[in-house]
Design a binder for this molecule. Structure first.
Ligand SMILES: [Zn+2]
Length: 450
């Protein structure tokens, strides 16, 4: 079964291609030009590039019936597909909604809207090891148990380990080095939501990178806009440069918004957060239907945090200028940090990639080729995925076709699930799965194992 995508502007950062030509797909792989095609897709006037890889997002839950909750419009993986993402890397910030290797098995059993790679979340295994108080250190026996389970999850295909030091204040650098021991020699990734942000971002980043360097694997500093987006970005990026002189595979990711999103009960909102961000309670939105369109008050914050700590919040505190500056740095990838609670949450889940292509490319901050590189080849290389993020012959046929003039995010804080415009076709594993905003197939995605 050979498909010819004709006459598009093919952009493939892996080969340096940027030219109007045809692209050929045979079953689920990119193939060499052929004199026969079973189907033809006209891409005249559009960009044809590798499907985007979202290196930092959070997976859909698994229901009580043991099935993935990924098959309606409110699922985060459906949102990924709307954005042109074909491979999503879940299990970030130390969090897994289910055992990460078992999750990969579910993806292969039932299929998902996009391909799914998984990080083993340290917080998940910390809890499994019986360390249920996030403010205390794990015992030696608990650290041993975590190390064993994380090692096994890596052997079963997780592409790396994630840490949420912010969410587990009781963990120290030794806990990181010991529990990630199984990653040594694998070349897999360690990603971290570091311990602190704003004025404390420098010591927090050094803590993670100094510990991570001992394991000699690629390191990823997660969602830096929400970590250094309070006036620290320039100095933070210099710190990253300093560490990149030691290891060149240290990278960051960032989402293109000036608000972050996290659980109300998380340690982010422990005493002192108002002073840290120099703000009051009105910066917060609670993602609950009864408070839609409202900003928070002190009374509401205290009551809902006590009664419904799992409530998702959106916190409008970051500086846009810092986010803009982050994208000027060559080591900053595009990633969404998407997380949704029954379709409620932050527009980054459905807007991130088109927003970068409109906001930063059309204004000239990033060239189209460079933006695509930060969404495809760069995350694939950092994850060691040699058949993803490229259009070379033999690569997986994950492709996005979009109009570079009209691509535009439409998701807003009021309507976070509004799909973007300008993406005409998304192909996952050789199969067209989204056409003009409409999902054709929600089960073509497979696990991506490292
Ligand atoms: Zn995080």
């Amino acid at each position: 079964m050979i498909t010819r995508i004709k006459n598009g502007t093919v952009i493939d950062p892996a080969s340096g291609t940027h030219e109007v030509r045809d692209l050929w797909i045979d079953a689920d792989r990119i193939t060499a030009p052929s004199d026969h095609a079973d189907s033809v897709i006209d891409a005249t006037g559009q960009v044809v590039c590798p499907g985007f890889i979202d290196i930092h997002m959070h997976e859909d839950p698994v229901g009580a019936d043991g099935n993935l909750e990924s098959y309606d419009e409110r699922s985060v993986f459906a949102c990924m597909l709307h954005m042109g993402v074909t491979t999503a890397v879940a299990g970030n910030c130390g969090e897994n909604k289910y055992h990460p290797a078992d999750y990969l098995d579910l993806v292969d059993r039932d299929g998902t809207p996009v391909n799914v790679a998984m990080l083993a979340g340290h917080g998940f295994f910390r809890h499994e090891a019986g360390c249920n108080n996030r403010y205390i250190s794990a015992t030696a026996a608990q650290r041993d148990r975590m190390a064993g389970e994380i090692r096994e999850a890596l052997q079963r295909g997780c592409v790396g380990v994630s840490y949420g030091l912010r969410y587990e204040p009781g963990m120290d650098a030794r806990e990181l080095v010991e529990t990630a021991a199984g990653i040594r020699g694998t070349g897999k990734l360690i990603a971290a939501h570091v311990r602190d942000d704003a004025a404390q971002i420098f010591s927090a980043t050094r803590e993670f990178l100094d510990a991570g360097l001992q394991l000699e694997v690629p390191l990823q500093v997660s969602h830096i806009g929400s970590m250094a987006g309070f006036g620290q970005m320039e100095e933070f990026l210099s710190l990253i440069d300093e560490y990149r002189r030691i290891r060149s595979d240290i990278f960051c990711d960032c989402y293109p918004y000036d608000a972050f999103s996290t659980g109300l009960g998380s340690a982010t909102y422990d005493e002192g957060w108002l002073e840290r961000y120099s703000c009051d309670y009105s910066v917060l939105e609670l993602c609950l239907p009864e408070y839609e369109g409202q900003r928070c008050t002190e009374e509401l914050f205290r009551r809902i945090r006590r009664e419904q700590p799992g409530t998702t919040t959106v916190c409008h505190v970051m500086r846009q200028a810092d986010v803009d500056l982050a994208y000027r740095h060559e080591a900053v990838m595009v990633a969404s940090d998407a997380t949704l609670d029954h379709g409620r949450g932050h527009p980054r889940a459905c807007g991130t990639f088109p927003r970068v292509l409109s906001r930063y490319v059309r204004s000239g901050v990033l060239s189209l080729d460079e933006a695509i590189r930060r969404m495809t080849l760069l995350p694939a290389a950092q994850l060691g995925l040699s058949r993803k993020g490229r259009l070379t012959v033999g690569a997986d046929a994950d492709v996005v076709i979009f109009d570079p003039v009209h691509i535009q995010d439409r998701a807003t804080f009021a309507k976070p699930l509004t799909p973007p415009e300008g993406i005409s076709l998304v192909i996952v594993g050789g199969k067209p799965v989204l056409r003009d905003g409409e999902i054709l197939d929600r089960r073509s995605g497979k696990s991506v194992r490292g």
